[in-house]
Design a protein around this ligand. Structure first.
Ligand code: HEC
Ligand code: HEC
Ligand code: HEC
Ligand code: HEC
Ligand code: HEC
Ligand code: HEC
Length: 497
């Protein structure tokens, strides 16, 4: 064979290195064009094209100089060469060829690296990469995400946002997460609140403009009681979501908190930020008012040591996307949408109970749910079962669907793990501060009037009324519990079941 390149290249290691590099380059190019041509590639193809193959190619490329270096050392030992460094003589064809290959290769490689790293960057930002690759770990978040108002917003728009620093931070974090997943040492469930979540001003507010919160929003809720008839109850609320800025309407209402003129700071005792000990409001003029909790009274010196936080979107909207519904709520939704036959006696109760056991795996749960519901009707209401077996089967399928959407046993995830602080029915939410439990030294409380946040326009048995009032009704509790809803926070009784 005629040697076209300098001798030191002709050693086994460099040759193998070149072969590896050329084969991986060829494969990368092939997959790259496939990726360009099809608009939806399987995620595994992406990880091979942009991460695994380039790594192999680089190893191959590194083998070439290493092989050449070792070859030189070997030759030197045997006294063949007298120079320290290789002598390049461009008049010599072999040198010229080696030099051309080398410089052309470098330019080509730099170009490919540029394209490749851009593609790799783009690829690791894709929702499928974040949500579906580490299937088991991210399943709860991915499933709930696909079912949320933000299903078209990329994960990175909320979790990373724009700019280089957060990009680098997220990739470093990501690298650790890949490592944790491979070694199977990740926490189940993933703990929240996320400590290093990017401030909402830099993520949510790129799409939602806090100055543009004005006007009210109507909200209709349907409930079904746990009685034999699954009695329907509905409430229509006018949510006072305004408060953005005084120029476009009165600066009052829920988003008043987010009005840039006001800063609300609070100190919390527990990690979930549910036990709030102290709150301070500061307005545009710099006047501030402090409120102290009557529930969690903490002596002054300890109070100073508590962690504090300035309120932002996340203190209310901590579940804008990954919403794990409490079973009572998801069964209510499903019954309201006629996904199950409401005339089955005690269906609401049975459906919720079927989901409540501690399951190890999803498959186990789905089997048990089927047995539980079928056995219930077969033994307690054999007549109903005989007549409406298909309704029972439909109910089983629907409860299994609800379970799969909201419970993730292998990650230990369900509604109990990730509270949603937007309301006050199943979690403390707004009532962390607004339940007559926060007082200024002068004895003034943070408001807890039901009408400050919403107006009840209609309520009562049956489907939502058409006749509404915007004067606001006094709340009527669906079952008689006396006055206790006025003194006991809703979530103490309403645990989501
Ligand atoms: C609309 C914004 C938004 C989008 C889009 C979004 N997330 Fe989240 N994510 C959040 C917020 C807010 C939290 C809760 C932070 C907290 O409680 O500290 C969160 C929490 C998480 C958590 C921690 C566990 C949990 O459930 O709280 C994971 C993991 C996660 N997200 C992954 C993803 C993945 C994967 C995607 C894309 C498939 C995604 N997120 C899309 C806003 C978003
Ligand atoms: C990339 C843009 C984008 C980002 C970032 C974003 N959102 Fe949204 N959000 C939307 C869009 C679009 C909708 C309306 C979806 C619809 O109505 O179908 C929406 C809807 C909402 C809603 C109303 C949901 C409902 O049930 O109607 C809330 C609340 C919300 N976003 C909060 C947040 C919070 C909190 C964050 C930050 C963690 C955030 N968003 C980040 C685009 C975004
Ligand atoms: C004090 C708690 C609180 C804070 C802080 C807060 N929100 Fe809200 N937000 C609410 C409530 C309550 C609603 C009404 C929810 C409902 O539909 O019942 C709401 C509604 C919304 C909606 C839907 C509005 C509509 O008319 O459909 C969007 C979007 C939204 N918030 C975004 C944000 C963003 C972005 C931030 C941060 C800049 C923020 N919110 C801060 C409590 C809050
Ligand atoms: C600090 C504000 C605030 C106060 C005070 C308040 N609520 Fe609410 N309430 C909310 C918000 C926010 C929601 C909507 C939750 C959501 O978007 O899911 C809500 C929801 C509700 C609902 C529907 C329940 C659900 O989540 O399905 C009822 C009923 C209700 N409130 C009754 C009351 C009554 C009765 C009082 C007075 C004792 C009261 N609220 C006081 C903020 C408040
Ligand atoms: C960390 C404590 C805290 C939490 C949690 C909280 N708020 Fe507030 N909120 C305040 C404080 C403090 C004020 C100002 C009270 C004052 O100065 O009278 C306020 C004021 C308000 C106001 C009255 C604004 C006006 O018109 O003057 C509304 C409405 C309101 N909050 C709704 C909500 C809703 C809805 C939630 C739950 C989604 C919520 N808040 C959660 C602390 C909180
Ligand atoms: C002393 C305990 C207790 C308190 C406090 C309480 N509730 Fe209830 N609530 C119940 C019981 C019991 C039911 C009937 C549940 C059933 O039939 O499944 C119920 C049913 C309801 C329902 C309809 C059923 C459903 O699916 O949730 C609504 C809505 C409701 N309560 C709202 C509230 C609100 C809002 C508050 C706080 C202002 C509150 N409750 C406080 C005990 C309580």
């Amino acid at each position: 064979m005629k040697k076209r390149l300098p001798d030191i290249y002709y050693n086994p290691m460099s040759m193998i290195g070149s072969a590896i590099a050329i084969i991986s380059l060829g494969t990368i190019l092939f997959l790259f064009f496939i990726d360009l041509l099809s608009d939806k590639t399987a995620i595994y193809v992406g990880i091979i094209t942009y991460i695994i193959l380039p790594s192999i190619m680089i190893v191959g490329l590194l083998l070439i100089p290493i092989g050449a270096y070792l070859e030189r050392r070997r030759e030197k030992k045997h006294g063949k060469r007298e120079h320290m460094l290789p002598r390049i003589d461009l008049n010599e064809p072999r040198h010229r060829l080696a030099f051309s290959i080398f410089s052309l290769g470098t330019v080509l490689l730099l170009l490919l690296t540029a394209i490749g790293s851009y593609r790799a960057y783009e690829y690791t930002d894709r929702t499928e990469f974040c949500g579906a690759l580490c299937h088991e770990v991210m399943e709860p978040e991915y499933v709930t995400y696909l079912d949320s108002p933000h299903a078209r917003v990329r994960c990175v728009d909320c979790h990373v946002g724009a700019g280089a620093t957060w990009f680098v931070r997220s990739k470093l974090d990501g690298a650790y997460q890949v490592y944790a997943t491979l070694l199977d040492i990740y926490p189940r469930p993933i703990p929240t609140p996320i400590q290093n979540l990017r401030p909402a001003q830099e993520t949510c507010e790129t799409c939602h403009w806090p100055l543009h919160f004005y006007g009210d929003k109507k909200r209709v809720e349907n409930y079904f009681l746990s009685d034999r008839d699954n009695t329907r109850w509905s409430v229509s609320l006018l949510m006072r979501t305004g408060g953005g800025m005084s120029e476009t309407g009165p600066a009052e209402g829920i988003h008043w908190h987010m009005n840039i003129a006001n800063t609300i700071e609070y100190a919390y005792i527990d990690q979930q930020r549910e036990q709030i000990a102290w709150v301070r409001v500061e307005d545009r003029e710099g006047n501030s008012t402090e409120y102290f909790s009557s529930e969690y009274s903490v002596p002054g010196d300890e109070l100073a040591n508590l962690e504090t936080r300035v309120m932002d979107c996340m203190d209310c909207h901590n579940r804008p996307t990954h919403v794990f519904e409490p079973p009572a709520r998801s069964v209510n939704y499903s019954l309201a949408l006629n996904q199950m036959d409401r005339s089955l006696p005690y269906l609401r109760r049975v459906a919720v109970d079927a989901m409540l056991r501690d399951y190890e795996t999803k498959d186990e749960a789905l089997l048990y749910i089927e047995d539980y519901i079928t056995d219930y009707y077969r033994t307690t209401y054999p007549g109903v079962y005989a007549q409406r077996q298909s309704s029972v089967e439909q109910a089983v399928r629907e409860v299994q669907r609800i379970f799969s959407r909201n419970f993730f046993p292998t990650m230990n995830v369900n509604w109990r793990v990730y509270p949603n602080q937007i309301g006050h029915l199943e979690y403390p939410g707004c009532f962390r501060c607004h339940a007559n439990n926060m007082f200024s030294p002068e004895g003034q409380a943070i408001s807890s009037d039901c009408n400050d946040c919403h107006i009840i326009m209609a309520q009562g048995e049956g489907p939502p009324r058409r006749v509404l009032t915007i004067d606001g009704l006094d709340f009527e509790h669906p079952v008689d519990i006396g006055d206790s809803w006025k003194h006991v926070a809703c979530h103490t009784c309403h645990t989501g079941t």
